[in-house]
Design a protein around this ligand. Sequence first.
Ligand code: GDP
Length: 523
Amino acid sequence: MTLEQDILSRRTFAIISHPDAGKTTITEKLLLFGGAIRDAGTVKGKKTGKFATSDWMDIEKQRGISVTSSVMQFDYSGCRVNILDTPGHQDFSEDTYRTLMAVDSAVMVVDAAKGIEAQTLKLFKVCKMRGIPIFTFINKLDRQGKEPLELIEELEESLGINAYPMNWPIGMGKEFLGIYDRYNKRIEQFRVEEDDRFLPLDEEGHLAVDHAMKQTSYYSQAMDDIELLNEAGNAYSRDKIDRGELTPVFFGSALTNFGVQTFLDTYLQFAPTPQPRITEDEQFIDPVEHNAFSGFIFKIQANMNPAHRDRIAFVRIVSGQFDRGMNLTLARTNKSFKVSQSTQFLADDRETVNTAVAGDIIGLYDSGTYQIGDTLTGGKKTFNFEKLPQFTPEIFMKVSAKNVMKGKQFQKGVLQLVQEGAIQYFKTLHTEEIILGAVGQLQFEVFQHRMQGEYNVDVIMQPVGQKIARWVENEEDVKDSMHSARSMLVKDRFDNKVFLFENEFAMRWFNDKNEHIKLYSLL
Ligand code: GDP
């Protein structure tokens, strides 16, 4: 296989969902189809451990394949599929958002009974901002959920995206009969064995064979809905799907493994091959045409296992091929070095990766060299990829060293972790107390753990709580007197002024009183 063919076989995506929608279950089914695991029930998800790599490690041991809590890889139907995990509520962090910078498309899993939930919405927004294709899997059809039309409407309204149902449920819950597959022009029956699982449709789109299903009210309801969709629904447009403006919607039931394979087959026809990325000088780096290696670091994972002190930097390969032992240049420092320690995943038995190509994710051992957003290049020419976006933190914590004698170490540790992108830095105006900001609680725990483990400093953490952070366009108009308990005025690490509002109400009140102050949020 040529390098080009190798690269074009990659499909790199993330599955996003609110906790409990069924992400783990669906991932497990995908791995099953890919032959990466043998038995369902192997993937238990993150409920067992806080920093759960353990569940995946079992699978790795069983099969010796590249599965981790972070990156899963398998071959299916001529494609090499890379699935990047976006952790659930407890593990939610800026890394979760940044992971979406490293994929070429996303699959959004929605619980049919719950509709669009908070965390899905957050992650969706990041995908939308990137303009990547988003595919929707509406799950748990084996249970009674909301009406399908209602779900589509909710999806379009709350997410601001158009939807195109690729298939449509016939009945639901106890009366779930199957799905009407608009795309493949057939009906797929629920709980029917292979041979007569698929029923053909005639030219008008009706069930072509004489079948008991035809007599049911669920069938006629589905046909009425389909007619409505054909007449008044969004038109199918491949272009809009590619631009992330139209989301193809699939219905199914991950637990009973219904509709998942149909979804996967169709998804892989649409999912983009590795996409080009833009440099700071606005050059496009094409995965194939730019034949030298390049990549960027989107995540640095501190190892929570005390037996391994090192960290792993996750690299999304943008172009070319990675070979173990090759020389890479870190664009930020312009230093070159030989990369001999690389891994495809995190586990007890770490598997060394020898080659990987554009679209793949590799892990590099890091002893403090890398920062999030760093560019690595293999060719003669070095460059920086566009900066990764910074996300508006939502939770805040005042931090200080327990032992005042360790002030220096404390400062050093905070600075490094902030630079690395593990957490965001703020300080109060005159007293210069340090306040850290994060999008998820886990970031504080990692911070505390690493300060202790890597800098030998015990940290006192005082919760400041949830705040709405807003930066200011016209800083010169901001007066110290605008600071109050409900609208704290602080500075970020670049000395920009930032307001931390207690809640929406406090922000509106401030806006009304200070109309001339122009506030904005990061992503
Ligand atoms: P995650 O938090 O999104 O990874 O969700 P899980 O995959 O862990 O699923 C959450 C719960 O929903 C588990 O108890 C699953 O067994 C259940 N579940 C997942 N898919 C389905 C489905 O299609 N039907 C039903 N009835 N339950 C499901």
